[in-house]
Design a protein around this ligand. Structure first.
Ligand code: B16
Ligand code: MG
Length: 220
């Protein structure tokens, strides 16, 4: 029996993934390097420091811990310039009707994001009040694919993982949900989200009943 849904933020509720990509590329270029859109997939759902370490590794660049901290802050400053311009028009299509429907039928809702900027983004797009719990990068000690972020969300709502569906756009997020014993619904391209119990391209016209039907009989 599904009692709750936990939503990833970047790439599920809003497309901040594009701002992360622009800001990280700007940092890579600043360091005389670059990375592809394919490599960018590997940054989705990953913490800020882990993302930076991957970008430095791809560019064969060595930095001290102090320099890494400064570079992460530089990227975050650029990223925040974008997110501080966001407004409710940036909520991805189909998300609001889906949240409205869940609220009407009494499904509990939380956000489970690796981002330390999740609070700012939710405020900018006016969605903070919609979620019973917001577990983000400021609250967790282990990044996806560790299930901690979703476990804390379920705990805050007083439900068990097997009673929850996690919506995720990143492979690492799907792996985190499965590792924690949740149902995992991928949002995006099937090829990136193969481990999920079910995949939807986006929320446009998606009926919650269809998702329940698709996961019926599957083990979380
Ligand atoms: P920040 P999510 C993740 O958010 C992003 O997908 C990932 O690209 C980013 O590096 C991470 O948040 C940390 O973000 O630098 O804002 O703390 O997809 O888990 O909502
Ligand atoms: Mg995401």
């Amino acid at each position: 029996m599904i009692k709750a849904c936990i939503f990833d933020l970047d790439g599920v509720i809003v497309d901040t993934a594009k701002y992360h990509f622009i800001a990280w590329r700007r940092l890579a270029n600043h360091l005389g390097s670059d990375f592809s859109e394919e490599e960018n997939e590997k940054l989705k759902g990953v913490s800020r420091m882990d993302s930076l370490n991957l970008i430095l590794e791809w560019g064969g660049i060595q930095k001290t811990e102090k320099e890494k901290k400064e570079l992460a802050e530089l990227k975050n400053g650029w990223y925040r310039e974008y997110i501080l311009q966001m407004d409710p028009s940036e909520i991805l299509d189909g998300v609001l009707p889906f949240l409205d429907h869940l609220a009407r039928i009494g499904i509990r809702m939380a956000v489970g994001s690796s981002s330390k900027n999740a609070g700012t983004i939710l405020d900018q797009v006016g969605l903070t009040h919609r979620f019973e719990a917001i577990i983000d990068g400021t609250k967790i000690t282990r990044s996806k694919p560790n299930p901690q972020v979703f476990e804390m969300g379920a705990e805050a709502m007083g439900v068990s993982p097997s009673e929850c569906i996690v919506f995720e756009d990143a492979e690492k997020g799907i792996d985190a949900a499965i590792a924690g014993g949740f149902f995992a619904v991928g949002v995006g391209k099937e090829e990136n989200l193969g481990h999920a119990h079910y995949v939807i391209p986006n929320f446009i016209g998606v009926a919650f009943q269809d998702i329940l039907k698709a996961i019926e009989g599957k083990t979380p």
